[in-house]
Design a protein around this ligand. Structure first.
Ligand code: FE2
Length: 233
């Protein structure tokens, strides 16, 4: 089964591995949400295979393709070609990077009307690596993080990459913010305000693009993951 029903109206799909800088390979995941009118909202689309396409088509028409940060865009063109009626929505900075794609809009702090009754969103500003948009599926109380939270299983990387990944905090028992992202926050107050809003949603589940989903106690997991961001007393 290509799509796993995570809760009512929300599915997860694992994609192919991608190779990033310095040969680090990552597992990939996308999320599909069925909106009130039946249209599908696709978050961080993975490589489009015939199997994925058939599984998606079986649950509804693709209405929206969403890139939650400016790093997750490599498969968008294939999806846009396969689903020409779907709207593409870009994280801040992506439209400038992908001038070849026609975006319907840039994601901000207010959800666009087509999905605002089931999905909340907040921009996490002030990070020099990327500006990530975090989403919240209200009915299932699931928060969606793209790269800002990661949790790769012990043993995922080998050799020197395993050492670098462990030191960076990419490997662990629950999702955490990799150190490269922590040091890249130039405006911690702005980030803190965004995280406060996420915690205010009281998420039950946490889904990340690279790592296992958390299914219970999501708010506590997020409080631990962002403890380093708290102001020092
Ligand atoms: Fe990523």
């Amino acid at each position: 089964m290509m799509l796993d029903e995570f809760a009512d109206g929300i599915w997860l799909a694992n994609g192919t591995e991608v190779v990033a800088a310095m040969g680090f390979h990552y597992p990939t995941r996308m999320v599909v949400v069925r909106l009130t009118d039946g249209a599908l909202w696709v978050w961080s689309p993975v490589a489009l295979s015939q199997d994925i396409r058939a599984a998606v088509d079986a649950i509804g028409p693709v209405g929206y393709l969403v890139a939650p940060n400016h790093l997750h865009h490599v498969f968008l063109a294939d999806w846009a070609e396969a689903y020409p009626q779907a709207e593409l929505w870009a994280a801040p900075g992506l439209a400038e990077k992908r001038g070849d794609l026609a975006f319907a809009g840039t994601l901000g702090n207010d959800p666009a009307p087509p999905w605002s009754d089931v999905i909340e969103q907040v921009v996490i500003p002030g990070n020099r690596i990327t500006t990530e948009v975090v989403f919240y599926h209200i009915p299932s109380r699931t928060v969606l993080f793209c790269d800002l939270l990661q949790q790769l299983p012990v043993g995922w990387f080998k050799g020197w990459r395993a050492i670098v990944a462990r030191l960076d905090g990419m490997i662990g028992l629950e999702p955490s913010v990799p150190k490269k992202f922590r040091v890249a926050f130039s405006d911690k107050d702005a980030a803190r305000a965004a995280v406060r809003r996420i915690l205010g949603w009281s998420p039950k589940a946490v889904v990340v693009a690279h790592g296992a989903p958390v299914t219970t106690d999501g708010t506590a997991v997020l409080e631990r993951a962002f403890a380093w961001l708290r102001p020092r007393k």
